[in-house]
Design a protein around this ligand. Structure first.
Ligand code: SF4
Ligand code: SF4
Length: 255
């Protein structure tokens, strides 16, 4: 790996954050990995994706490219081996149960941006036999310790959103340009979006949010009533994927 595990995990638990998402700039209190923050509060990070703005950028993959580049996500030439942290799929596939005849056709006919939902009640965490996947109580991010992953793929089966990828082959020869300050993974390990916790720690927005020049993505703390994500969810109608499952996704879509 490009950086050692201890260094990487240290970044995981401690957060001092100032995020610029959309129009708003936000600062949060620091927190440790047990859910205690310097001001006695916990955070609940969330992503809000504006489908109206996203659909206007036909064929745009800036967010996907940025994420996959900074996280050393490999690119394979066949679907079976595919590893993805953020991707686009049809509205029909993403929101099957919420589709109806009278929805805005413009939205329904455009691809939707998908990533790990960092579920508040994540089934992937419950099935992991080694605790390689876990939810940080300090901020709700569903994390992975790749060194603990034994490749059983229970989490892949348990995730109802297809958010997890398994490295069937050694990913390293398939990374276009290795970024040294982020770990590469090995064959036999599962991976997924981390909500850019390593960037949040440095006070930077997630790579995908930063890469979107159209303001279609916002990231922030749901516990903060003044945050941009709370503002958007107050002002606009939003949906989440498969709400009936009770997983409580923390990725919201403005329609
Ligand atoms: S979307 Fe899937 S991988 Fe992400 S937290 Fe929810 S169940 Fe786990
Ligand atoms: S939050 Fe970070 S890790 Fe997750 S999809 Fe966006 S860029 Fe990738």
């Amino acid at each position: 790996m490009g950086i050692d595990r201890r260094g990487f995990l240290k970044v995981s638990g401690l957060t001092v954050l100032g995020i610029a998402s959309g129009k708003a700039s936000e600062t949060f209190a620091s927190s440790d990995s047990h859910g205690h923050t310097s001001d006695g509060t916990t955070k609940r990070y969330a992503m809000v994706i504006d489908l109206q703005l996203c659909k206007e950028q036909e064929g745009c993959t800036d967010c996907v490219n940025a994420c996959h580049h900074v996280h050393n996500v490999p690119e394979f030439d066949n679907r079976k081996d595919e590893v993805k942290w953020i991707w686009k799929d049809s509205f029909h596939h993403a929101f099957h149960e919420q589709e109806h005849h009278y929805l805005d056709k413009d939205i329904v006919n455009h691809p939707v941006l998908l990533l790990c939902n960092h579920c508040d009640n994540p089934p992937c965490v419950q099935v992991c036999p080694t605790k390689a996947t876990f939810k940080r109580e300090s901020d709700g991010i569903v994390m992975m310790d790749w060194h603990r992953c034994i490749g059983c793929r229970y989490c892949v089966v348990a995730c109802p959103y297809g958010s997890r990828s398994f490295n069937w082959r050694d990913p390293r020869p398939h990374i276009e340009e290795v970024v040294d300050d982020f770990p590469t993974r090995t064959r036999g390990v599962v991976e997924k979006c981390t909500f850019c916790e390593e960037r949040i720690f440095e006070g930077r927005p997630p790579a995908c949010v930063e890469a979107c020049k159209h303001g279609a993505m916002a990231f922030g703390d749901l516990e903060d009533p003044e945050s941009r994500v709370r503002e958007l969810l107050r002002d606009r109608f939003s949906i989440r994927r498969k709400p009936a499952l009770g997983t409580e996704p923390e990725v919201y879509y403005l329609v």
